[in-house]
Design a binder for this molecule. Structure first.
Ligand SMILES: [Zn+2]
Length: 131
């Protein structure tokens, strides 16, 4: 996997789309991306948009102290994505307001800008009616 290959993930994120590599021969979601499909070894792969919906499998919380900003809590979640059994993605848990992270919490991908201007794919909780 080259930098040019993974660039398609970041280009999609800049356009506020969550795209993953999918095998055009067998349909397997090949994530993290690889030059060949993990399921059938095909090299016929394409970047496809995914729902971004999933459930929290696990999470971790850490506190960092940034000069001039004081202590900040960062929560990262490992999310099972709906598209395929075993398909997971890790991102920050953001836009949660007063909802605490927990296992099995329904989340959806969201997009946040980092300090260097990179658009990150993160996750936010979704209301029960939307999950
Ligand atoms: Zn395949």
């Amino acid at each position: 996997m080259t930098t040019a290959d993974i660039e398609q993930f970041w280009a999609a994120a800049r356009n506020r789309k969550f795209c993953l590599q999918q095998c055009l021969d067998c349909g397997w979601w090949n994530h993290p991306p690889m030059p060949r499909c993990r399921s059938c070894r095909s090299n016929q792969l394409a970047w496809q948009p995914v729902s971004g919906k999933g459930t929290v499998e696990s999470f971790t919380e850490t506190s960092v102290r940034l000069l001039g900003f004081g202590a900040q809590s960062l929560v990262f979640v490992r999310v099972h994505l709906r598209e395929q059994f075993g398909l997971v993605h890790v991102g920050r848990f953001t836009h949660a307001e007063d909802i605490a992270p927990r296992r099995e919490l329904a989340v959806v991908a969201c997009f946040d800008e980092s300090v260097d201007g990179t658009t990150l794919v993160n996750f936010r909780p979704v209301p029960v009616a939307d999950s």
